[in-house]
Design a protein around this ligand. Structure first.
Ligand code: ATP
Length: 295
């Protein structure tokens, strides 16, 4: 089906289809040939360290930044040229949304609802993000976590098919982060396609059906979190302590054999024996080249 402004509707095979995306800022190549394929109804994580190119990519998907190269389709349209009808189908939550601080939460959500052709019920949206008790409070009195939840409310008030979130939980305490994850899951259960960037691995693992790990403006790995761990984390580390007290470690694809050899060498118990399978975090640090650099 085609709408008045020439865009295809939700029948397009992919919600987000990006090929060979490139963006430079002067001498800096921020995005260096990224491909992304996000299916309708999935939560897709873009995971990467600071400066990897996540925000730039999302801004291009939002239609808020021009690209230098590559093909981009978001809900079937090119964000660089898509019109108002397309914008009303895409919800945006960015790093520092500026809602009018003198209004109350309810007034703000109602005001934003007027910008959309078929908004959700403001009362329902306030409940969805867990701000019922703050509905009559002024925006300026909200805590950081509540403020982010209001940002999400404003992102979904237009009942978008796709929600783009750029580092939604940066600066949250662990409790606020978990509450926020619950909110994202509720939206996903309601059928919203969600693309979110994060540099928190645990967030990507907790929320994303699939994720792309990016570093230096390129996708260095892509897939389901568990599959990434299997594919890139085949080597285990065997650790033990030598008779002179020196801690030792060996990375190996055959840890059982290493342990058998150590058993023979020590003739019994191996002091300090530990076999560590790589966590997704180990895989991530290896893929992004930040191994050993994190605390
Ligand atoms: P973060 O997690 O720190 O937000 P990011 O993965 O979102 O990082 P980007 O913000 O997209 O990364 O930045 C990618 C690269 O482009 C970085 O080297 C950054 O310094 C540079 N960059 C981003 N925006 C601009 C800009 N407006 N002008 C010049 N350089 C920029």
């Amino acid at each position: 089906m085609t709408t008045q402004d020439g865009t295809t509707t939700g029948t397009h095979r992919l919600a987000v289809d990006v090929r060979g995306l490139r963006k430079r800022y002067g001498e800096v190549t921020a995005v260096d040939g990224i491909d992304l394929a996000v299916r309708h109804g999935e939560v897709f994580g873009i995971l990467g360290p600071n400066g990897a190119g996540k925000s730039t990519t999302v801004e291009i998907l939002q239609g808020n930044r021009a690209r230098d190269g590559g093909e981009v389709r978001v809900l079937g349209s090119d964000p660089a040229t898509a019109g108002r009808a397309w914008r009303s189908r895409v919800g945006n939550v960015w790093q520092d949304e500026s809602a009018p601080v003198e209004l109350t939460v309810r007034e703000t959500v109602r005001q934003f609802a007027r910008y959309y052709p078929r908004p959700r019920d403001p009362q329902d949206v306030i409940a969805l993000v867990g701000l019922q008790e703050k509905a009559a409070s002024r925006v300026k009195s909200l805590s950081g976590g509540q403020r982010r939840r209001l940002d999400v409310a404003l992102g979904v008030i237009g009942d978008p098919e796709l929600l783009l979130l750029d580092e939604p939980t940066t600066g949250f305490d662990p409790d606020a982060r978990r509450q926020f994850w619950g909110l994202i899951r509720r939206l996903a259960d309601e059928g919203t396609t969600i693309v979110l960037t994060t540099h928190y691995l645990e967030e990507a693992e907790a929320l994303a059906h699939r994720l792309a790990v990016i570093a230096g403006g390129r996708v260095v790995a892509e897939g389901e979190p568990a599959a990434l761990r299997r594919r890139h984390g085949t080597e285990a580390t065997v650790e033990w302590t030598d008779p002179d007290g020196t801690p030792r470690g060996e990375r190996t694809a055959t840890p059982t054999r290493t342990v058998a050899e150590l058993t023979a060498r020590f003739d019994g118990e191996i002091p300090g024996l530990r076999v560590k399978r790589p966590s997704l975090e180990d895989v991530y640090l290896r893929l992004t080249g930040t191994e050993g650099g994190a605390p």
